[in-house]
Design a protein around this ligand. Structure first.
Ligand code: SF4
Length: 109
């Protein structure tokens, strides 16, 4: 579903049926964080979800006020792979456990 910022996000829920105006971020909600519409504008989760749909990767999110953003609230993401049991430093790419190259190159002279 599209967020208020216009990005497709698997964690956004909006109900506008018959005058309702219910909007939620279910990812922040299950992790006990407060959501507001402005967070979607700078949130990295839609880009991560578009680049990497690995079912084993779990995203952990916190809402913080980084100094670089001049104290605006931002969603900060860290990722963990449930399969390889390690932190994922580049969530867009993944941990590399499942998606190794299927062949190797050999250069013969
Ligand atoms: S805050 Fe991020 S994860 Fe939550 S609905 Fe908005 S874009 Fe999606």
């Amino acid at each position: 579903m599209k967020t208020p910022a216009g990005h497709e996000c698997p964690h956004f829920y909006g109900d506008y049926y018959r005058g309702r105006n219910v909007e939620e971020c279910r990812l922040l909600q299950v992790q006990g964080q407060n959501w507001s519409r402005d967070l979607c504008k700078t949130c990295p989760v839609p880009n991560i979800a578009r680049a990497n749909s690995c079912q084993h990767m779990e995203l952990k999110v916190v809402v913080a006020r980084p100094i670089t953003a001049i104290f605006q609230r931002r969603v900060q993401v860290s990722a963990f792979c449930e399969k390889s049991k390690q932190d994922v430093s580049e969530p867009q790419i993944g941990c590399g456990e499942c998606h190794a190259l299927p062949f190797t190159f050999e250069v013969k002279e």
